[in-house]
Design a protein. Sequence first.
Length: 348
Amino acid sequence: MQSGSITASIDLPTVADVLRWLPTFCILDCFNVTILGCGSAKPTLRHSPSAQVVNFRDNRFLVDCGEGVQVGLCRSQVPLGRIGHIFLSHLHGDHCLGLVGLISTLGLGQRTGEVVIHGPADTERIFRPLFEFFCPQLSMEVRFEAHDTQHSSVIYESANMRVTTIPLHHRVPCSGFLFEELPRPRHLLVERCRELDIPVAYYRGITLGNDWTDPASGQVVPNDLLTSPGTPGRKYAYCSDTIYAESIIPIIEGADLLYHEATYAHADVVKARQRGHSTALQAAQIAQKAHVGQLVLGHYSAQFLSAEMERPLLDEARTVFANTILANERMVVEVGESTKGQSTKDEI
Ligand SMILES: [Zn+2]
Ligand SMILES: [Zn+2]
């Protein structure tokens, strides 16, 4: 192996180049959450039952699948064909009764390959017969992956994304999900590499963690002298439905964005506990103790009939955790860019 002195000439991109690449870069780097439904069990004219889409680099993950999910997907212009994984937190109807209709629709189209449904142990036993009755001739495979709701575990992993379960405490087996971008490669210190006459062909390996051995002298240059730490991966934690549970804090610690149920205001803390739910204040306490970047409240009780009636949930949460917003249908929240949370519906 020869270590030669290679002079790399780099042409800087023009403004036109940057503008041309920007849309592609934004898609390749995107990580956001679209709220399709943030109501609770009882239907209202204001909110749909739980469902949301996590968009990570143009891969769409459906999280919970309440009634009306297809309408929500259409309204938010989410392409159905891009949904390959569906994550069900638990088997209460407000989190899964949209599943048969959605699978039926997916199977009517040109969709091929497979759709994977991640859920508690009984998910396949309950839904497989329904699929066989209502949609026996699907164009794609449906595979079920059961997960343990008692212990946190990794249930999905790709080259740059990992999904881990968050055991929750509800009336039935229930898990939240942590969507975690894997750490990005370290940044190359180009000037340092040039000083050491390291061939450009080795730069990629160095960003992935390789040391450099000078072939002439045999001297090893440790990787941390050639690189600086890469950008930390972004994290999104979804927690619905649950009582106040500090046991989740180590799992969601430092998440950029937390969606936490807030079915009731704290005046109803006893009722919340009895029904396996949390108050807005408790959600904020979890956000504060877990040092998350931003909190989104949702899973509102049907007793809140207007934006004005939901406002106290936001107010009480902000007394503990200032960077809190209220979920609303069609809202898109960026993960890791907390100032960009925005709603296309009426904001309060
Ligand atoms: Zn629920
Ligand atoms: Zn529930």
